[in-house]
Design a binder for this molecule. Structure first.
Ligand code: M6R
Length: 618
């Protein structure tokens, strides 16, 4: 939510910042703004521009009226929380005298009280945002004689909530100062220049060396230095790391949408997430698993917490973990978890799944679990993000940057990580023989090829989408590990095609949802493999019930499934894989269907309305 960029160096700050904002626009696109500082005879001045709507509006405005030349500046792309998305509420916000400009990601929970305090002291606040109070507080500290770093430390200690703040001071063009609490911020280390960004995409074309910041830290960048302190001013440090992907991963590469590109990247993403997982003896090995084998053997209950698509990956994990390890698993929406007083002990393993590693609901759930002495394992795609940093152990997925707001390769690689975790627990606890684990690993390693074959048949799905541009409702049915896939298919359609879509466990249909069926209503059915005969046959009955009511059955089934063919208005074939691995192929036609339908309906697939890629507010 909200993208933030900061720069100090020899280049034109506006160019670097606009480029960074372009790469961060997926985080929010309600408005965009930029501010630069440059020295004048009178000391220095800030120039800024900010516009409601997408970044293109700001670019248009700056093309007509360029900002002053400068090597120091900040930028912001907004996902609105407080106040409607208009020019006035766009960031940067200035203090009363215009000495300071500040951008913010997060929510300042005590902004109301601070606003009253400032207004009583004669400050005139002009926006509806929570952010503006921070600009005024900062400026008040500067006016009292503090430098920008000290002013930021003092300001932060007055704030409650979640924030990344980045600011410039008109009287000090040499530095940009930032702070973070519960909200992401990374430093990009250049040669004679330094960068700040909500994530590394902001500066990836300039440097792949990054510094991860900890909680409650203030960072000051100049062209040739980076210094970090706590909010109390005590010197502190960040963790340096090398970004293992480059600019090309953050480009569309000839695809119309990042989402479509990311769907087609899935064979590679899955293969990369499986790389290096076996020891020389063939046993499964998870290199960032910082929990000892004994700690894992002691685990008597697992609770998976996640949101949205990651939650559906967690649902698949439950089937796999319980089947292979016999350890009971609960899957819980992270936003609900801590409010129901969950039963947690030191033998409970909490698994937090998050592509971004910054989702506020998931982060708060993991903090709650750790406060109750449970161990937390993160499944995450973003190196250096908060969720893995605050967890006891981590399994990183290797999807590369996911930029489309609708998660695709992030989801598939989460499924891989969940299956690896399930197998690893089975290996450690001895609930499966070594050769069984090896057999599943072998099958997993064949998945990139299977995914490739599903993608090769994309045209059939595109035709299907073209035939459904007038659909008002689409239903999805699945059973067992196919049930979360039905939910995921419905979520994809809602978020990018803005269609009413619902996923159901096929067995539940007759308990209510069947009343929704009417002539011609499209129902996508994820059919379990035939070797699970009971499941398969029950699904077949469900499909017949749907068809008997005139709805249109679009069946996604294993190749050669002759039992389904007579009852399928449309049959989409999947390669033959075991039931627990089937989600890795069954999700793909649903992703392609949503992407194509949204495209045909004329929607912005990568930046769907009201959404943001990583939800860093609760
Ligand atoms: O970054 P996370 O995996 O924690 O994000 C969780 C959800 O916000 C995310 O999966 C969301 O549902 C996607 N937009 C779905 O496509």
């Amino acid at each position: 939510m909200c993208g933030i960029v900061g720069y100090v160096g020899p280049r034109q700050a506006t160019d670097v910042i606009l480029e960074g904002l372009r790469r961060l626009e997926y985080r929010g696109y309600d408005s965009a703004g930029i501010a630069v500082v440059h020295a004048t005879e009178a000391g220095g001045t800030i120039s800024s521009d900010k516009r409601a709507g997408k970044l293109a509006n700001l670019e248009k405005s700056m093309a007509t009226t360029p900002l002053a030349e400068s090597g120091t500046g900040i930028g912001h792309t907004r996902w609105a929380t407080h106040g409607p998305p208009n020019d006035r509420n766009a960031h940067p916000h200035l203090g009363s005298t215009g000495r300071v400009a500040l951008v913010h990601n997060g929510i300042l929970e005590n902004f109301d009280a601070l606003r009253v305090e400032l207004e009583r002291a004669g400050h005139d606040l002009i926006s509806d945002t929570d952010t503006e109070v921070a600009a005024h507080l900062l400026e008040r500290e500067l006016t009292a004689g503090a430098d920008l770093t000290t002013a930021m430390q003092r300001t932060c200690s007055r704030l409650r909530g979640a924030f990344t703040l980045v600011a410039i001071d008109a009287l000090d063009p040499s530095r940009v100062v930032a702070a973070r609490r519960n909200s992401p911020l990374v430093v990009g280390l250049g040669d004679g220049e330094n960068f700040l960004g909500s994530d590394v995409a902001a500066f990836i074309e300039h440097t792949r060396e990054a510094l991860e910041l900890g909680q409650d830290q203030v960072v000051t960048i100049t062209a040739d230095s980076v210094s970090i302190t706590g909010f109390d001013g005590a010197p502190s440090e960040g963790r340096g790391y090398h970004v293992d992907w480059d600019l090309s991963a953050a480009e569309k590469d000839g695809f119309d949408w990042f989402m479509r590109k990311e769907i087609f990247e899935q064979p590679r993403a899955v293969a990369d997430s499986l790389l290096g997982r076996r020891t020389s003896s063939g046993a499964l090995h998870l290199d960032e698993m910082r929990l000892s084998e004994q700690e894992l053997r002691d685990v008597d209950k697992i609770i998976i917490v996640a949101c949205g698509t990651a939650f559906y990956a967690g649902m698949v994990a439950k089937y796999a973990i319980e089947h292979w390890t016999r350890v009971p698993v609960e899957v819980e929406l992270a936003s609900e978890f801590r409010y129901r007083d969950p039963i947690l002990t030191s033998d409970t393993l909490v698994v937090a799944i998050s592509q971004s590693g910054e989702t506020a609901d998931t982060l708060q759930a993991l903090r709650h679990a750790r406060a109750q002495r449970s161990r937390v394992l993160a499944i995450c795609n973003t190196n250096g993000s908060t969720i893995p940093r605050e967890s006891d152990a981590v399994i990183y997925t290797h999807a590369g940057p996911e930029i489309g707001v609708a998660s695709t390769k992030g989801f598939l690689t989460q499924l891989v990580a969940c299956l690896l975790l399930a197998l690893y627990l089975a290996q450690v606890k001895g609930t499966r023989y070594g050769d069984e684990v090896t057999q599943v690993l072998d099958q997993l390693e064949q998945m990139p090829e299977h995914i490739e074959s599903v993608l090769a048949a994309a045209d059939q799905i595109y035709e299907l989408a073209a035939a459904h541009t007038d659909a008002k409702t689409v239903l999805f049915l699945g059973r067992h590990a196919g049930y979360p896939i039905a939910l995921e298919g419905a979520l994809k359609l809602k978020e990018i095609a803005y269609l009413h879509a619902e996923g159901f466990a096929a067995g539940e249909l007759k308990h209510g949802p069947i009343a929704l069926l009417e002539e011609g209503l499209p129902v996508l059915c994820v059919v379990p493999p035939r070797d699970r005969d009971q499941l398969h046959d029950k699904m077949l009955s469900g499909i017949q019930e749907v068809r008997a009511r005139g709805a249109r059955t679009i069946c996604i089934a294993e190749e050669g499934d002759t039992a389904i063919a007579p009852y399928a208005d449309v049959l989409i074939s999947l390669p033959k894989v075991p039931v627990l691995l089937q989600p890795l192929v069954a999700a793909i036609p649903l992703q392609l269907f949503a992407c194509e339908l949204a495209t045909l309906l004329g929607h912005d697939v990568d930046q769907p309305r009201n959404l943001a890629k990583s939800v860093t507010v609760e």
